[in-house]
Design a protein. Structure first.
Lengths: 436, 413
């Protein structure tokens, strides 16, 4: 690896910027060409569609899971049918999603909101938006991690990424009409059935995985793994699939190399972006938002507020009685016990700080996260690194118990509330289902 | 009938949940298809007629052990697969460097029983070719591909021998085709490993560049750029995504606090020290709950004031994949070791159960918020109201699984 330059040499400046932009365009998935970037600085309209597409891909909750969805620059377009120009309806939807996502992340420029949604203009603004996203966080790494080729059979051990939203958000035709509660009951039943199906399918899948793993024991050249995964076994079975996998690995490696190249050269890119920003006309000072009634977000907030309120009231009640009882007992005690009192206070303070860390920003990483590669090993043989299934099971069981208790408590609360609401009415007998 | 706003909100929630479930099912089906296809090749439940040389008794004893291979069979299988691996390697070495390694071939010969040095290449090539051209005759493949059943190795290999000889003539003809099919399976296991090794190096480099010292200039340039972007905007310091993230954290806080409170309340203090400890803990929890509530009220005010519109479509983790699995797992996948299929199944079903409970609790809260007010505000005691009560009770208190009965208590006259 060459030495990293601290300063951009003037002699090299002419070549550094194009190299940086090329690296960036190669590292981004389906990235626009370097020419697009240059045109975007001058706000040329022909650069706009590619940038809209890229931002849509980056910002949509669940980009297409096959890496072949977007053509890599310089390669032939994928064989499955992909319209070269998006139909007006979907490009409008894309534009709207991009704007809304950027706004919700706090994009500070008003010019974005004013861009027309037909996808024909705004390349400079979009370039600024892309750079803004790149500057704020590890965007590139996140994108690369998403298209990562995984050779093993993976299973996530946490539920953090519970499906954001399935696929690109389909335009939901909201029923403006009223529904009968029986429709809701039907939907709930459908959901329960869906989960049951899911569990059975999952059991079958695990049984199959277990078989594959045990049959292929001793086949893997990496002794710490010991057996093949389904992907790897497929590789052996189907050479065509193997070649495809190799191609994917090759393209991923190319992208990684481009990303490294970008990291080496990005300073000159940021200096260039300063000039792009200066080339924009100055913004009017007070941006005004079209007010939108926050539906979902406020709903969530209200729910949590109500829960916290209830929790605080419960705690207050308990604490008051206990403190009163305590004071009554301890009232006559001498000063000698002050020291132990302080020690207790300190211990409790530490415990509660540790508890708080579990939900604070950045906390909670002590628990295992993310997908793990499944490795079958007879108990005790592999003493190497890796999470043991027994530990995960234990943690999951305790979480399950906790959640079950929470659900039961909520249901009990409902029962009480309903009893209160209807119990006042004479003339009816309410027969609860057996088992209550 | 439920009022329009309520209907819309509840429908949206339930549809979200159904979509998420369907998506999981789709992904699972995809994986199942691949695994089933793979195992079908190794364990065809049907096609007894296509068996070449071995008698029908091989079939019968072959199939039951397939379900539960005994340890001895597994050991034999391990030896067999090692031999095959070696054979492939040898063949690759031979085809590249023109047949030098005699030692490895001798060793593999001892296991690959009746063999002569001269016939090692064609045999191995035949085997590899067979492994490659799996789509055509499943019988040949089944007997030589790696995870054979608990067949005793000698019989297997003699069978392989015979079929190899039978196909020797075949193999001679489509030579070029067979050759590049030969390369694929040998190349296939080696090459991805080569690629993944290279990848590990690249990922490691990528994560280390983030903390280089030449990054300081870059970081300053980036912050300067961000500042310039921000200027001219009275930044509210809060965007909708951040609000959502904080609300999520506070929700987690609430559940953890409640869990801790439950633990403290059920604990049985032995002496006054523990009692005092318990009391202090509860007071501390109360204080924290108060702080969280205060923060939530601040957030609520910010949302109201700035009309921050949240993510409009569906529930979205606003910090995109904040669970990246930690920095390490970005480039080297962490392992999860399990020891039996039973264990794996338990693990997977527990995971799903936890996810399901999470969703159920969320739906319960949403339903409570929407439906309980309806019951209390709709006063007319006609049958529709009774039906509503019954339905609400079932949804909220029984998870939709049981129903209560309402009897009208008429005075007998």
């Amino acid at each position: 690896m060459g030495r990293r330059r601290r300063r951009v040499d003037p002699a090299d400046a002419a070549g550094a910027l194009p190299a940086a932009i090329t690296a960036l365009s190669r590292a981004l998935p389906g990235g626009p060409s370097a020419e697009t970037f240059r045109r975007a600085k001058f706000d040329r309209p022909e650069a706009a569609p590619a940038l809209w597409r890229l931002l849509f891909h980056v910002l949509s909750p669940r980009p297409a899971d096959d890496a072949a969805a977007l053509p890599t620059p310089g390669s032939a377009p994928p064989t499955h049918a992909r319209p070269s120009a998006l139909s007006p309806a979907s490009s409008k939807a894309q534009a709207r999603l991009v704007k809304s996502a950027l706004r919700s992340q706090g994009y500070p420029r008003r010019a974005l909101v004013q861009l027309p949604e037909d996808g024909s203009q705004g390349s400079r603004e979009l370039l600024l938006a892309l750079s803004w996203l790149l500057a704020r966080g590890p965007l590139l790494e996140r994108l690369l991690a998403q298209i990562r080729v995984r050779l093993g059979d993976e299973m996530p051990v946490c539920e953090c990424e519970v499906l954001a939203s399935p696929g690109p958000p389909a335009p939901r035709v909201e029923a403006d009409g009223c529904v009968d509660i029986r429709h809701l009951q039907w939907l709930m039943g459908k959901l329960r059935f869906g989960w049951r199906n899911l569990i059975t399918s999952q059991q079958e899948h695990c049984a199959l995985l277990g078989k594959v793993h045990s049959y292929t024991r001793g086949c893997h050249s990496d002794r710490s793994l010991g057996h093949l995964s389904v992907t790897e076994a497929e590789l052996l079975r189907d050479p065509e699939g193997g070649r495809q996998l190799l191609r994917r690995l090759e393209s991923e490696n190319a992208r990684l190399e481009a990303a490294l190249e970008w990291r080496r050269r990005e300073l000159v890119f940021w200096q260039w972006m300063d000039t792009v920003l200066d080339a924009c006309p100055p913004e009017a000072s007070q941006p005004t938002f079209l007010p939108r009634i926050p539906e979902r977000g406020a709903g969530e907030l209200e729910l949590v507020a109500r829960e916290l309120q209830a929790l605080q009231e419960e705690l207050q009640a308990v604490v008051e009685t206990r403190r009163a009882a305590w004071e009554a007992r301890v009232g006559g005690w001498g000063p000698g016990w002050k020291a132990t009192q302080r020690a207790s206070e300190e211990a409790v303070r530490q415990e509660l700080t540790a508890l708080q860390r579990a939900w604070e920003r950045g906390g909670g990483l002590a628990q295992p996260h993310g997908p793990h590669r499944l490795v079958r090993s007879e108990a005790g043989t592999l003493g190497g690194p890796g999470l043991r299934a027994t530990e995960v099971i234990k943690a999951l069981r305790s979480r399950e118990a906790c959640l079950e208790a929470a659900l039961r408590q909520l249901q009990g609360q409902c029962r009480q509330e309903l009893a209160r609401l209807v119990g006042a009415l004479p003339g009816f007998i309410w027969i609860l289902p057996p088992g209550c | 009938m439920l009022p329009a706003g309520c209907s819309r909100r509840l429908l949206a929630e339930l549809r979200d949940a159904l979509d998420a479930c369907a998506e999981r099912q789709r992904q699972l089906e995809r994986s199942l298809r691949v695994s089933r296809r793979l195992l079908r090749v190794w364990e065809p439940a049907e096609t007894p007629a296509l068996e070449p040389t071995p008698g029908p008794d091989t079939n019968e004893e072959a199939r039951p052990p397939a379900r539960t291979p005994s340890p001895q069979d597994l050991k034999e299988l391990e030896l067999l697969t090692q031999a095959l691996e070696k054979a492939v390697r040898v063949r690759k070495g031979l085809s590249k460097a023109g047949g030098r390694d005699e030692a490895p071939s001798r060793k593999s010969r001892s296991i690959v029983s009746p063999a002569t040095t001269a016939s090692v290449p064609p045999r191995a090539s035949g085997q590899a070719g067979r492994r490659a051209s799996e789509t055509k005759p499943p019988r040949g493949v089944r007997q030589t591909t790696v995870p054979a059943k608990g067949l005793p190795e000698l019989r297997l290999l003699s069978v392989g021998d015979q079929t190899c000889k039978a196909r020797g003539a075949q193999a001679a003809k489509p030579e070029p085709g067979l050759r590049d099919q030969q390369m694929a399976p040998s190349a296939a296991p080696q090459a991805p490993e080569a690629f993944t090794l290279k990848q590990k190096g690249l990922w490691a480099q990528l994560s280390s560049t983030e903390t280089g010292d030449s990054m300081d200039a870059t970081t300053t340039a980036k912050t300067q750029f961000l500042r310039k972007m921000q200027s001219g905007w009275p930044s509210s310091r809060l965007c909708a995504a951040e609000v959502e993230a904080e609300v999520g954290r506070l929700r987690k806080a609430c559940s953890l606090l409640r869990q801790r409170m439950g633990e403290e309340l059920t604990a049985d203090p032995v002496d006054w020290m523990q009692e005092y400890h318990c009391l202090l803990t509860l007071e501390g929890l109360q204080a924290i709950a108060g702080q969280c509530l205060h923060r939530l009220q601040e957030l609520r005010a910010a949302v109201m004031e700035h009309q921050l519109a949240p993510w409009p479509e569906g529930r979205l983790p606003s910090a995109p994949s904040s669970c990246g699995g930690g920095a390490d797992s970005i480039w080297s996948p962490q392992l999860l070791l399990y020891s039996s299929t039973q264990e794996l199944q338990t693990l997977a079903s527990l995971r799903l159960r936890v996810a399901m409970l999470d969703e159920q609790i969320h739906l319960e809260k949403v339903l409570m918020a929407e439906l309980l007010p309806l019951v209390s505000t709709q006063e007319p005691l006609g049958p529709p109201w009774l039906a509503l009560c019954r339905a609400v009770h079932s949804l909220l208190c029984e998870g939709g699984e049981h129903f209560l009965t309402i009897l009208r208590d008429e005075p007998a006259d």
